[in-house]
Design a protein around this ligand. Structure first.
Ligand code: ADP
Ligand code: MG
Length: 275
């Protein structure tokens, strides 16, 4: 049962990942497609005109005159380059998404590596971005980044990203629940703050202004299978897996600081260099 549930937590993060990437890629693809169809029409008209000219070798043929007059040269000079540029921007966005995805998973790396932690947080955020947007149920979630200047950190990047994903997904769930319980709440936010300490540690704080954790439950959060979410939504394993990754794999610390009704902060501390 335990391994089945670990699997189920993995599948639910995988589900988030797939949904996030599909959503993020769908936007630029739709955008590129629309621009391409538009550009294609103009290019077809132009090609047809060139063909006619090659057949007749003369501009005085009425059909050619008619067709060349029908071509909107203002468009060709101003809008077509814009259309092509939009297509390029859309393609660049997709390239960024694919890079983020590669950076997020980093499954190929079973060895420790010195990496930029902000890259990991940012690629995780890209995958969760669709969950921050406003829905018919609730307003958008505002994301505030207060990134300090960090040196590279020796870690297992794929595993750390898993931790960021767990904590951020929990924060979004907590904000959604807080809003469901109090529709007057107008401001939903997640703050991500990073800093390096004198003790050669990086601290990553992820704080939400959601419903918080009742004091009695705060000790239980990291226990395997502890969940307050309905069956099918929570496995109760996200935080216990995160705890293992931070403490056992990175000799770090993971703490929860919460004021019920006001919000919750998870603070991750990781030594810059592994002993
Ligand atoms: P799951 O998300 O599957 O329930 P987790 O181990 O990720 O399992 O979290 C365990 C529990 O901790 C959640 O069910 C929730 O009650 C509580 N929790 C985690 N993060 C937050 C948060 N940001 N705000 C409020 N409660 C939280
Ligand atoms: Mg969770």
């Amino acid at each position: 049962l335990a391994t089945q549930l670990v699997q189920s937590e993995k599948m639910s993060s995988l589900g988030q990942l797939v949904a996030g990437v599909a959503h993020e890629i769908n936007n630029p693809v739709t955008f590129i497609y629309g621009n391409l169809i538009h550009a294609e029409q103009y290019i077809e008209d132009l090609v047809e005109l060139i063909k006619l000219y090659q057949q007749h070798s003369s501009y005085t043929v009425p059909e050619i005159q008619e067709k060349s007059e029908a071509i909107d040269t203002d468009f060709l000079l101003t809008d077509l380059p814009k259309l092509l540029n939009s297509i390029k921007i859309g393609a660049e966005r997709i390239r960024e998404i694919v890079l983020s995805l590669r950076n997020f998973s980093r499954l190929d790396e079973s060895e420790m590596k010195a990496v930029n932690i902000h890259d990991g947080i940012n690629s995780t955020l890209m995958i969760l971005e669709h969950r921050l947007k406003a829905t018919s149920e609730r307003p958008a979630i505002k994301l505030i980044k207060e990134y300090g200047k960090l040196p590279l950190v020796e870690c297992y990047p794929g595993q750390l990203n898993q931790v960021f994903m767990n904590i951020l997904a929990n924060a979004i769930d907590a904000l959604e629940e807080a809003f469901t319980n109090n529709e007057k709440m107008t401001h939903l936010q997640i703050l991500i703050k990073t800093e390096v300490t004198d003790a050669q540690q990086v601290i990553i704080r992820i704080a939400d202004n959601g419903m918080g954790v009742p004091e009695k439950l705060q000790k239980l959060l990291f226990d395997p299978f502890f969940t307050t979410k309905p069956v099918g939504k929570g496995t109760g394993l996200g935080l216990s897996i995160s705890y293992k990754i931070i403490t056992e794999k990175h000799q770090g610390k993971l703490r929860c600081i919460s004021s019920p009704g006001q919000g919750t902060e998870f603070a991750i501390a990781i030594p810059l260099h592994q002993p």
